[in-house]
Design a protein around this ligand. Structure first.
Ligand SMILES: [Zn+2]
Ligand SMILES: [Zn+2]
Length: 374
């Protein structure tokens, strides 16, 4: 280990520069992580395009909020509190709760709003480099782990491609299983087949779903194929077939007990969800549609008449990260099929463009950055 870390720093919308940072001095309650890999998700595309800058998350900053790495150095207090030692492989939760506010005290640290001076969001990958010691993101060789960090130790022989899926897997578990009210035997419709739609299929299968139906677009043929490999019973090409009619056909007119919408931008799936939901069903809304988006065609009285539960879900926490890591480690599902691309630090922009589907000929599902790859 030298005394410097290279990092991909976002300096403006769609622009990264490689910079070197001094490795921070590690106090008794903190640690230094050698970043082995960092997963990339849809919100990285939004961040790349400037969507978070609009919310006040200022530049320059080191993005990357799905890091997996090896503890390079750790203070005695942090080692005692976190139960890890130097040399351990860990996955890092993105959210940095303050530990003192009401949200943190009742265990909802995802909702902590006690933001640091100079920052707009309390999460790795979103703190500007101006907040000391600067190494707050996973697109760097090393990352500072501050005292409130939540880390999860994981098996050292787990391939990095799999380890770096802990966040999409946790989202799938929380959105499609834990918080959707899914019961064994239920019919589940997952609208959207990105990383989180596909991990949702795995989670629903694991939770005992009776029938799983997944939608995607014609251009998502490779993802719909993966959905079937992970246990989906039926897939629907939403821009060619009528989703509502297809679900009616697959369920003999009964509809879905649980509908999970993970599509981005498009609001049409929300209208479809209300149509395909059984009376008493739960609809999980977890796809971000863009600020100011409204839902044309939504008939609220159908929600009333069918007594539907609409549940918005955002991100995930320890309750989902723990089972996600255990499920990945179990190797029960061929999750390695989700991984499509690995890039080095110098290629972060290409990686984001690839994940976003803006690189012709590349069908990306799970993309990760390996900062030490040269
Ligand atoms: Zn993410
Ligand atoms: Zn807090």
């Amino acid at each position: 280990m030298g005394t410097k870390a290279r990092a991909a720093v976002q300096v403006a919308d769609r622009r990264y520069e490689i910079e070197e940072f001094d490795l921070p001095v590690i106090g008794p309650d903190a640690a230094l992580l050698r970043v082995d890999a960092c997963g990339m998700c849809g919100s990285d595309v939004e961040q790349y395009d400037g969507g978070f800058a609009a919310l006040g998350v200022g530049y320059p900053l080191i993005p990357g909020h799905e890091p997996v790495g090896t503890i390079a150095e750790i203070g005695s207090e942090a080692a005692r509190r976190w139960g890890v030692r130097a040399g351990d492989r860990v996955a890092v939760e993105p959210v940095l709760g303050c530990g003192y506010c009401r949200a943190c005290l009742v265990g909802d640290y995802r909702r902590c709003r006690s933001v640091r001076p100079g920052a707009a969001l309390n999460a790795y990958g979103y703190l500007p480099t101006a907040v000391a010691p600067g190494l707050w993101g996973g697109y760097a060789e090393y990352m500072y782990l501050e005292p409130r960090t939540v880390v999860h130790r994981l098996s050292a022989d787990l391939p990095l491609e799999l380890a770096a899926m802990y966040q999409p897997m946790a989202a799938g578990i929380r959105w499609a299983a834990h918080d959707s009210g899914l019961k064994a035997g239920d019919t589940v419709v997952v609208l959207g087949c990105g990383q989180r739609g596909l991990t949702g299929v795995v989670a629903a299968r694991e939770a005992g779903a009776g029938r799983i139906i997944v939608t995607g677009l014609a251009k998502d043929a490779h993802k719909l194929d993966l959905a079937r490999q992970f246990g989906a019973d039926h897939t629907i090409v939403a821009d060619e077939d009528d989703t509502v009619a297809a679900v009616a056909e697959f369920t003999g007119g009964a509809g879905a007990d649980v509908v999970v919408d993970v599509t981005a931008v498009s609001t049409r799936p929300i209208v479809d969800a209300v149509e395909i939901a059984k009376p008493g069903a739960t609809i999980v809304l977890a796809g971000v549609k863009g600020s100011g988006a409204t839902v044309p065609g939504l008939v609220p009285d159908k929600i009333v008449a069918k007594e539907l539960t609409l549940k918005g879900l955002w991100s995930q926490d320890i309750r989902a990260f723990e089972p996600a890591l255990r499920l990945i480690e179990s190797r029960k599902y061929p999750l390695e099929r989700l991984h499509t691309h690995t890039f080095g630090l110098d290629e972060v922009a290409t990686a984001v463009e690839t994940l976003a589907g803006r690189v012709r000929g590349e069908d990306a599902v799970h993309v990760m950055i390996a900062p030490h790859l040269t």
